[in-house]
Ligand binder design. Structure first.
Ligand code: NIG
Ligand code: FE
Length: 421
């Protein structure tokens, strides 16, 4: 099966050869080809270029050639959403109302709401039910242009339920054309019954959950919610070390609620990314500058919880790379809309359209470890693409923050349609 997209008004995110993460000033750079074509064979981009260089005979011999006419439209690499919790059940709009009435995220958590509320709900559904509910979210985000997504466990909070979540993520990986990475987040919250003996729970994560997760090959990454009221730096370090012994790479939640030391801990353990960072200053930026750890900002949860915005501008101006992700979850960001995340990056974080584009494609691909196959339009990479509606400019895409401007989604070289169970 082959696919030709022709008459593309502008093909953005092109890159010859491998492209690592874009740092600082490079985030403003965005390569493109005007009046372009793109050709994919099976699931791989095999060539792209200017329409005038497309000879009509070149592809005519191909038997099954699907042709998309993108006149007046732009083509982007599909979004990489490097931080989500989209495997969950039910919703938490009651807490949303509690927050409107003045309760904070931490107060709700202390009352047994928040993550523990989702854990209780998850305990009561079967793997099949959880898969079917999660699949509808996969369909939703794929339709909005996400082609690669990282998904965390962390609403199980006991061995059996954590494994249930991770098996659902594995099933999604096996049945959906999106690129999936799985993260074990047993240390998302301390369950109620361990409140007075948290060490017992940390021990269970280290001695029971991690070995079982690893023996079934269920996770790529290990995450800890390293923040005030959740897990301490010391607990985080022990859990990361235990995960690393089993080949899991750290990728952690840090500095959402306080200056928790989580960023520095992530850097010490060479985390692939440290995520959230609403509470970050000079020390956090200095720590990140000497490292390969990618700061990943989640402006959807900062907006939803009314948190201070993370200092994206200062990070980029200091030379750091920045990735943006949705944090899709029922408590702090009930949306996986990466186009909205681009808009929030522009509006709240003062990033330019080019910077947010790079932050949701190449940089977020690197932040979830799929930079070799995703994130840019490159020969040999996976043909995951977004064909936009007819729009006047690149900037219009994040500017029109409430409009759906995705016309067609291509995943693994094929026009994507929702998956039916
Ligand atoms: O990334 N901060 C920790 N975890 C999630 C929220 C999870 C929840 O509230 O259900 C987050 O914001
Ligand atoms: Fe999160």
């Amino acid at each position: 099966m082959a696919l030709l997209i022709k008459n593309i008004r502008e093909l953005f995110g092109t890159c010859k050869g491998q492209q690592g993460v874009k740092n600082g000033g490079d985030m403003q750079k965005l390569e493109s080809v005007k009046n372009a074509f793109l050709y994919a064979e099976n699931d791989t981009i095999t060539s792209y270029g200017r329409m005038e260089d497309l000879s009509s005979e070149q592809f005519s011999a191909k038997a099954a050639l699907e042709v998309v006419d993108a006149s007046g439209k732009f083509v982007f690499p599909s979004f990489c959403d490097s931080h989500t919790h989209l495997v969950y059940t039910g919703s938490r709009e009651q807490e949303f109302v509690d927050k409107i009435r003045g309760l904070s995220y931490e107060e709700i958590a202390r009352r047994g709401g928040g993550i523990l509320n989702s854990a209780r709900k998850l305990h009561n559904v079967t793997e099949e039910e959880l898969y079917s509910e999660s699949l509808s979210r996969i369909n939703e985000i794929a339709g909005m242009g996400t082609g690669a997504v990282e998904i965390k466990s962390g609403y199980g909070l006991n061995t059996e339920d954590e494994l249930k979540m991770l098996r659902v993520i594995r099933l999604i990986r096996e049945t959906c054309p999106l690129e999936i990475r799985a993260t074990f987040l047993g240390a998302h919250a301390v369950p109620e019954e361990y409140r007075n003996n948290r060490e017992l729970y940390v021990g269970q994560v280290i001695n029971e959950m991690i070995p079982m997760v690893a023996s079934e090959g269920l996770a790529d990454y290990i995450d800890v919610f390293c923040d005030e009221g959740f897990f301490t730096v010391d607990e985080t370090e022990r859990i990361l070390m235990a995960g690393m012994k089993y080949g899991l790479i750290p990728k952690i939640h840090a500095n959402e609620i306080g200056f928790s030391g989580g960023v520095q801990a992530g850097v010490r353990y060479n985390a692939l990314s440290v995520d959230h960072l609403e509470r970050s200053g000079d020390d956090e930026i200095a720590a990140l500058l000497g490292s390969e750890t990618i700061p990943t900002l989640l402006p959807g949860s900062a907006l939803f919880l009314g948190l201070p915005d993370p200092p994206a501008r200062r990070m980029i101006d200091s030379g750091l790379p920045v990735a943006l992700a949705s944090d899709y979850n029922p408590g702090s960001s009930p949306s996986g809309n990466m186009k909205l995340i681009m808009s929030l990056g522009c509006i709240r974080l003062k990033m330019t359209p080019e910077e947010v584009f790079n932050a949701v494609t190449v940089n977020s691909a690197c932040a979830m470890g799929v930079g070799d196959s995703h994130g840019t339009v490159t020969e040999g990479k996976s043909a995951g693409l977004i064909v936009t509606k007819e729009i006047p400019s690149l900037g219009f895409f994040p500017y029109a923050f409430g409009s759906n401007l995705v016309d067609t989604v291509i995943l693994r070289g094929k026009i994507w349609n929702p998956i039916v169970m």
